[in-house]
Design a protein around this ligand. Structure first.
Ligand code: C2E
Ligand code: CA
Ligand code: CA
Ligand code: CA
Length: 279
């Protein structure tokens, strides 16, 4: 069903790139979606490999378009970024993820962190730390239960400035993770200066564990690098038991992927967390 979904949406993207009319139409519908509350978050568990417990979840945005159904982020994030809608959209995602996580804690579910993706555009906004502060205050979520994921390329685009911004964010007491790690170019000297807590090994390496010895070597190297820098490391896109075993043997801290669970509705993940409480 997932693959069918993918194919259904694929025809969108090339058209968006070629036709200005179609792009404007999408922009108009995205604006309406924001106004009418058509966005929602799915959550994917992040699991401690040692204990098997859910320690976090990544918030992943979806658009419930009344005409089309559920639209994946790849079909609208790029246009949102180009049109300036990414600002209000990201703000909504951040607020909703924090609000939801606090609500779960208030219901007595085991506390877990929620990870929110920050787009390059949003990271460039100088007042991002202010926004995060305001949202934490407004929702009452403790900072340690929020983590921001920034891609390696977002950070390295302007590394000097990134050091300053990351320090500001880190001072709030929230977690910081470098997403899609290994796909961009990080200099090791910068990595030491970034106040990040976690490296997230890109799915393109993890998915080829068992199939590509190069990707296995890279995965092992990233885990070793993280550990030697006293960083936590999480693997994304874990789909098989063999991949999990490989990561476990190398003491990778956490995993996320279809092998454990797909991204799911807030009701469904609350059910999973509830099961852990009684277990
Ligand atoms: P990402 O941050 O790398 O998110 C992980 C993506 O991998 C998610 O796709 C997730 O559904 C998928 N995934 C997770 N486990 C597996 C697995 O085992 N196998 C495979 N094949 N895929 C897996 P999704 O939800 O379609 O999101 C795609 C991208 O859209 C995200 O990539 C992220 O870059 C972006 N995105 C999602 N939500 C937001 C958001 O709120 N704000 C921003 N700025 N970007 C977002
Ligand atoms: Ca991510
Ligand atoms: Ca990623
Ligand atoms: Ca690969």
């Amino acid at each position: 069903a997932k693959d069918m979904g993918r194919n259904t949406f694929q025809f969108y993207q090339p058209e968006m790139n070629t036709s200005v009319g179609a792009r404007l139409n999408l922009e108009r519908r995205l604006r309406r979606a924001l106004r009418d509350g058509e966005f929602l978050l799915h959550y994917q568990p992040q699991v401690d490999i040692e204990s098997g417990k859910i320690v976090g979840m990544e918030a992943l945005v979806r658009w419930l378009d009344p005409e089309v159904g559920l639209v994946p982020p790849s079909a609208f994030i790029p246009v949102a970024e180009e049109s300036g809608l990414i600002g209000p959209l990201s703000e909504w995602v951040l607020r909703e993820a924090c609000r939801q996580n606090k609500a779960w804690q208030d219901e007595g579910l085991p506390p877990a962190r929620v990870s929110v993706n920050l787009s390059a555009r949003q990271f460039q906004q100088r007042d991002i730390a202010k926004l995060v502060t305001a949202i934490l205050e407004e929702t009452g979520l403790e900072p340690r239960y929020l983590e921001l994921e920034l891609t390696e390329s977002t950070i390295m685009r302007n590394a000097e400035e990134a050091v300053v911004m990351l320090n500001e964010l880190h001072a709030l007491g929230i977690g910081l993770a470098i997403d899609d790690f290994g796909t961009g170019y990080s200099s090791l000297s910068y990595l030491k200066r970034f106040p990040v807590d976690r490296l997230k090994i890109d799915r393109s390496f993890v998915s080829d564990i068992g199939a590509s010895s190069d990707d296995e070597t890279i995965t092992s190297a990233i885990i070793a690098l993280a550990h030697s820098l006293q960083l936590q490391v999480i693997a994304e896109g874990v789909e098989t038991a063999a991949q999990l075993d490989f990561l476990k043997e190398r003491a990778c801290n956490e995993m996320q992927g279809y092998f454990f669970a797909r991204p799911m509705s807030h009701e469904a993940i609350a059910g999973l967390l509830q099961r852990e409480r009684v277990a």
